[in-house]
Design a binder for this molecule. Structure first.
Ligand code: GLY
Length: 369
């Protein structure tokens, strides 16, 4: 079996020959020097965080940065997807204006995907764009949302409906924070993580299966290798297709139906939980089309169980899920851009998935069907 190991720095090239680093560390200790290297030491920094993360890490980060940054501001909002809105962004703009932030100053997103996406969107739009640094504290944000410059907020319950591509100046990942992540949050990240192996890298999929126990025990060395591999896979794709004109859509594996369930469940299920359901649905259609074998399909489904993720949902009608799927933004001239599997570890974009196929897949997941 192929082994995967940790890297301490991964550089992502962006359009126009600029680049940013993803630093993989076991603590926050190197954050001040990394910010100084970016030239943020003499600038204003606004730490953006939510109520959950602030209770855990804000004082540590503030104390570290106080030594190396001339001016520090904090913007904190109530944790939860329901606050990933334009209203929260407006409040952040206000803090920045009152604090006298100019175009050379910097935002620092300390938290999970909600914090990172919202901060990135504020950074993309405040004064037509200022720098921002991602300090992701959840597994989901470390392996996915902090990398690649997708920023945005939800609008009228539609996820990430308003947004912009705006690349971070740095992604600083402290893998050790994963050891204290609540189990549901950890599983949430695993839901997003499973897509990498299943859709892009069969060796990594096999490795993840093989290391299930150590991952669940949160062995730091294993988690570091796992996070590193996801960052490498994501880097390769976002370098080739930064604005999702083509292959970046493969990273939406599991999201087509997943987003619809997430919306209809009013965000009571977490994003990664819904993605993991969407992965089973996409694998189901691929299996029915004869592209993956019986045992491969059942293994994908059962991996969810192993990682504390759902394999069914209830309380929704399957036709409602299909119509919400059709309203999602993953549409191309009225057709759903579905990500299916050509084989394990190799996904492709399919635009001819029928309503019948989707309904069968959703019925398979729907405990009430
Ligand atoms: N989370 C999918 C992407 O960044 O494209």
């Amino acid at each position: 079996m192929k082994e995967f190991s940790t890297e301490s720095k991964i550089t992502v090239q962006t359009e126009g020959n600029s680049a940013y680093d993803i630093l993989l560390r076991d603590s926050f200790a190197d954050l001040p020097s990394a910010l100084r290297e970016l030239g943020c030491g003499s600038r204003r920094i606004c730490i953006v965080t939510d109520s959950n993360v602030s209770a855990r890490y804000l004082s540590e980060i503030k104390a570290l940065l106080a030594e190396s940054c001339s001016s520090l501001e904090v913007f904190e909002f109530e944790a939860g997807e329901q606050n990933k809105t334009l209203e929260t962004v407006q409040q952040l703009y206000e803090t920045l204006i009152l604090g006298g932030f100019d175009r050379k100053d910097c935002l620092l997103a300390l938290g999970g995907g909600v914090v990172g996406d919202l901060t990135g969107y504020a950074a993309a739009t405040y004064l037509r764009g200022i720098r921002f640094v991602q300090v992701p504290t959840t597994l989901l944000a470390q392996i996915d949302s902090s990398i690649g410059g997708k920023t945005g907020v939800d609008f009228l319950q539609y996820k990430n409906m308003v947004g912009a591509f705006h690349q971070p100046a740095l992604v600083y990942i402290n893998v050790s924070v994963l050891s204290t992540l609540p189990s549901r949050q950890f599983a949430n990240g695993m839901g997003e993580l499973l897509k990498y192996g299943i859709s892009l890298d069969a060796d990594f999929y096999e490795w993840t299966l093989e290391h299930m126990e150590e991952i669940e025990e949160r062995k730091n060395i294993v988690l570091s290798a796992m996070v590193t591999r996801c960052c490498q896979l994501k880097k390769e794709i976002v370098q080739r297709d930064p604005n999702e004109k083509g292959e970046r859509a493969l990273l939406n594996f599991g999201h087509t139906i997943g987003h619809a369930i997430e919306k209809l469940k009013n965000f009571t299920l977490l994003h990664g939980e819904c993605v993991s359901l969407g992965i089973v649905a996409a694998a189901y259609i691929s299996w029915q089309r004869g592209m993956i074998k019986d045992d491969e399909f059942y293994e994908i489904r059962d991996m969810n169980v192993g990682f504390g993720l759902p394999i069914s949902f209830d309380g929704l009608s399957s036709p409602d899920v299909i119509s919400a799927t059709k309203k999602d933004k993953k549409m191309d001239a009225g057709k759903i851009r579905f990500i299916l599997l050509k084989k394990l570890g190799q996904a492709y974009i399919e635009t001819d998935v029928t309503d019948r196929e989707m309904l069968d897949a959703v019925n398979y997941l729907n405990a009430g069907a």
